[in-house]
Write a protein that binds this ligand. Sequence first.
Ligand code: GLN
Length: 603
Amino acid sequence: MKYVLVTGGVVSGLGKGVTASSIGLLLKACGLRVTAIKIDPYLNTDAGTMSPFEHGEVFVLDDGGEVDLDLGNYERFMDIKLTRDNNITTGKIYQFVIDKERKGDYLGKTVQVVPHITDAIQEWIERVAHIPVDGKTGPADVCVIELGGTIGDIESMPFIQALGQFSYRVGAGNFCLVHVSLVPVLNVVGEQKTKPTQHSVRGLRGQGLTPHILACRSTTALDENAKGKLSQFCLIQEENIVTLYDVPNIWHIPMLLRDQKAHEAILKVLNLYDVAQEPSLEEWTRRAEACDLLHEPVHIALVGKYTGLSDAYLSILKALVHASVDCRKKLFVDWISATNLEDATAKENPDAYKTAWKLLKGADGVLVPGGFGDRGVQGKILAAKYARENRIPYLGICLGMQIAVIEFARSVLGVHDANSTEFDPNAKNPVIIFMPEGSKTHMGGTMRLGSRRTFFQTKECKSAKLYGCKGFIEERHRHRYEVNPDLVACLENAGLSFTGKDETGKRMEIVELPNHPYFIGVQFHPEFKSRPGKPSPLFLGFIAAACGKLDNLLQHSSNVESNGLSKAVGTGVSAVKTHNKKTAMKPAYRPEYVYGSCNGYHY
Ligand code: GLN
């Protein structure tokens, strides 16, 4: 097993996760099998209890692991399926060591950070790196490890110490350290400044780690002078210094690394240069370039608890991008804070109310994402009602599905106080109820989590067709509440159709309005399994519906069963005129996202 460690210096938010993912993809394109580990030095056992508005979304894995969103990037870029143990936190390591201590496994010794915590970290890395994650048997060739945070953080010290020891343990030729750093350009002098990077490399060396490759984030390619200085002061050969300069979208980054021969530098350090092949990235290049040229807009209203951090809905944004690119549309996400749609806002802040409704009414599709708690619920219900009544494509994910069911019960069945017991524990008409297996006292890892099966009840529904008319599908879950099974018959009689259920037939997984152009709610999170080039079927259907191409897509669904979705897409939506105009507008660069708009700012 060979290891590539990715560390970060100077500031956080340099795109270390995307760099680690791109390195993994690039090595995979060289014919190697790859896996990935993310180290988060915080004390939480996992990301499950962390607020998405502080830390970004909680990504959910097949095994139910609630992990850092970077694991989502690894899965999407490297097309792998990780396990909960691929995300190491200080909390997990300490819990493991303390449990061992309580069992008496340390035989009377004083338990210390060095060697007990540092040994536990090394053993964990080695064990997890050997778990196959690409559907094949046997371990991968290379494991990419990303160390969260910035060099110098107090909490990452034990990890750095452990990784220093680890690099000795695995030996030269098996360990490559890529340090991602910032080279700012000061406006006044317009010069690329290398000092911050020099300091962070010094910090790294001071803690026993020697970088082999420097990946410098800068607005433009590093000039010779800056490169020379970095090489001299950081003791790194010039050919091992690459620039991650601004590109139109993040899918270009693997090519950016390849063009600067980062793969050759890494392969040489790992003694793999002779066995690896030239990277083949044709499909990625085509997709990244096609993405830059898109200009026909599709506007999606994202009605959430939005408070300014779009990372809170990262996988949803990615899934929307995957589907839009496939439909040859440029995605604009119109963020709507659900509370702004509510009557109370009309009085308190009429401008925000007007803007929110204007965005909703101007959207080609309405998406209500997952969420917890009752803030903005009324606004989300109004959004679902608007989409249902005005025949605007609607995709409700998890909470978004529950909202659609509550809205239907209230407006169509006339049960005005229909509610979820999550929002009103004493609801007289609970259409959404607490699941027996959940816990209300312990929040970490107590939901219905991970990959579960959904069985289609009929082939004659949009979701079954989009998924290729398979008998069942497997998608990832994260919820405590569900549709009240006692009310299903009543809701169905009024026109709602539960087209997907779990293996018992009692738990509702997919709801559709058959006579609506596209109104689908799902209890699971299809966004977690969407990939560039392999968009989630429900997102693809949603975007296709939003741009009036759903029929085109569904027409080909009959041969999806035998040929897979891509065939339907290839002959369907993707066959729709592509726009290769040179004059197409290029979006401004944001490292994390491809396209979207945030409060009117399009990126
Ligand atoms: N709060 C809802 C539940 O727990 C929905 C969860 C979600 O959207 N992920 O069931």
